[in-house]
Design a protein around this ligand. Structure first.
Ligand SMILES: Nc1ncnc2c1ncn2[C@@H]1O[C@H](COP(=O)(O)OP(=O)(O)OP(=O)(O)O)[C@@H](O)[C@H]1O
Length: 229
């Protein structure tokens, strides 16, 4: 579903690479934690998958397409197959829960009848049934993240990228968010989550890839947060 072949990303001439010769394959339906110190290259990895950044060297394949040969006009189609969730939720503050999620479908031209059935179903799935009319500021942090996940998942993407989705949440709320991401993964969605949350990683026992200064230093199935090296 995602394949990096010898991928290097250098942001500025002379700087050390943010990612250095990464070879990694993520299979369809897998759940992968990306761990590593701040600045180790986790967000860069996710931005490359979304084609928000281009690699300096190497090749990236996402959902069967090689990103460097993908014409610009096809990028929106690529991104429709990828949901993204962030630490800071990124909801539209003046839109209700329903509108925030519906907006993701409106911008890709889905018909009204589709939106009117899919949005409530997805809100139910993330545990927000009954809160459709609330504004983001009327929700807890965990609920806001659930809206963000609903928005990322409403189009049933084949890949979900999460960049520190529990970074602003307390431990109990984080567990709820992880259960939800796990449930989404079990529907067949490939999930890649960058995180500093050691408790979550240790609890979930999924594949763990560790980056250190842009290099991949560990790839462990049913892994833990702390390196055993
Ligand atoms: N737009 C940019 N321009 C220049 N350098 C950048 C840019 N974005 C990231 N970097 C650098 O690339 C390296 C990797 O950054 P990245 O954001 O991918 O790390 P990260 O592992 O996601 O960190 P964090 O856990 O703090 O989010 C860092 O040295 C960072 O300073």
């Amino acid at each position: 579903m995602i394949r990096f072949e010898n991928v290097t990303k250098v942001y500025a001439r002379g700087a050390r690479p943010a990612l250095d010769a990464i070879d990694l394959e993520v299979e369809r339906g897998e759940f992968l934690f990306l761990v590593g110190a701040s600045g180790s290259g986790k967000s860069t990895f996710l931005r490359l998958v979304l084609r928000e950044e281009r690699p300096s060297a190497g090749r990236i394949f996402v959902a069967g397409k090689e990103l460097s040969t993908l014409s610009t006009w096809k990028v929106p189609h690529l991104r429709r197959q990828i949901g993204a969730v962030f630490q800071d939720f990124r909801l539209l503050p003046n839109k209700t829960v329903f509108e925030n999620v519906a907006f993701a479908l409106q911008v890709i031209g889905k018909p009204r009848h589709h939106i009117l059935t899919t949005v409530p179903d997805t809100l139910e799935l993330v545990g927000l049934g009954g809160k459709e009319k609330r504004l983001p500021h009327e929700l807890s942090g965990g609920e806001q993240q659930r809206v963000a996940i609903a928005r990322a998942f409403v189009n049933r993407p084949s890949i979900l990228l999460a960049d520190e989705p529990t970074g602003n949440l307390d431990p109990t709320t984080s567990v709820g968010i992880m259960r939800l991401l796990d449930r989404i993964n079990r529907t067949g969605t490939t999930v890649v989550m960058a995180t500093h949350d050691d408790e979550i990683v240790d609890q979930m026992r999924k594949r763990v890839v560790e980056l250190e200064s842009g290099q991949m230093v560990r790839d462990q199935s049913r892994g833990v947060y702390g390196s055993a090296r």
